[in-house]
Design a protein. Structure first.
Length: 259
């Protein structure tokens, strides 16, 4: 057999060149197909992500979560809880300190809240009205005054902050620090709109160490029932929390009675 060698620089046979061109074309077509498939897959993933984000809901839990929808119900419970601690009758609600047994401070027992008269019927005394506030402060024992606070609503505060001492200085002092309560006779004032307005026989001002005098008992869990059916397309949340409270040391709280 005679072997025929191609000279250097000579063109390759035509059939081999055609096969090489066909292989290159198939490779380019394969790459193009893969690229199209990847782009289509990326488009589908993008659409899926958008649907997931638009339909996502905050997870529900048994605890009050700042980002959960039922946090509004928890906030509403906190707002309405003040009323029970003040004037609740103890039936399906806390027993408030305004409904606790009370008597004039001079004759009050250890289980009764002592009261101080305002000096006039349904108002402060016409002369030296601040004397009643001073009597209220010093009716409280020294061991409680260190952590004592005034509690009244805005209407009562408007009347109190107009009072002056014998030198013409206001008894009410607004705090210069942001977030700090104003002070009356050197004690902080808590404005609570659930306190009664000044009227005949009302106990419109409270003064005391409420951490020592009043105890709140509550279950740690907040039960939430989700109802997606009753108010479509809205979802209702029913929140239930068990809480109770009552006066545990009547000596730590004093009331001013207008009557």
């Amino acid at each position: 057999m005679t072997e025929v060698k191609a000279a250097a620089g000579a063109d390759m046979p035509g059939d081999l060149g055609a096969e090489m061109l066909g292989f290159v074309s198939e490779l380019k077509a394969f790459r193009s197909d893969i690229q199209k498939r990847l782009e289509a897959q990326e488009d589908r993933m993008t659409m899926l992500d958008r649907k997931t984000l638009s339909r996502a809901r905050a997870p529900l839990s048994a605890e009050a979560d700042a980002g959960a929808p039922h946090q509004k119900a928890f906030d509403a419970y906190v707002r309405h809880g003040d009323d029970g601690a003040l004037s609740g009758d103890g039936t399906n609600k806390p027993k408030g300190f305004l409904t606790h047994a009370r008597a004039a401070n001079a004759t009050a027992t250890n289980v009764q809240i002592g009261t101080i008269a305002s000096g006039a019927t349904g108002d402060f005394a016409a002369t030296n009205p601040a004397n009643a506030l001073i009597d209220l402060v010093y009716a409280l024992g020294a061991q409680y005054r260190a952590n004592a606070t005034f509690v009244m609503n805005s209407k009562t505060a408007a009347a109190v902050r107009k009072m002056r001492d014998t030198d013409g200085r206001f008894l009410w002092a607004d705090s210069l620090a942001m977030g700090q309560p104003p002070q009356l006779l050197g004690y902080p004032v808590l404005l609570c709109e659930d306190m009664p307005d000044i009227a005949n026989g009302s106990a419109s001002i409270a003064f005391g160490d409420f951490k020592s005098g009043y105890t709140i008992v509550e279950r740690p869990d907040l039960r939430v029932l989700r109802d997606p059916f009753s108010a479509k397309p809205h979802v209702l949340f029913y929140a239930t929390k068990r809480v109770g409270g009552g006066v545990t040391d009547a000596r730590a709280i004093k009331l001013m009675v207008f009557g």
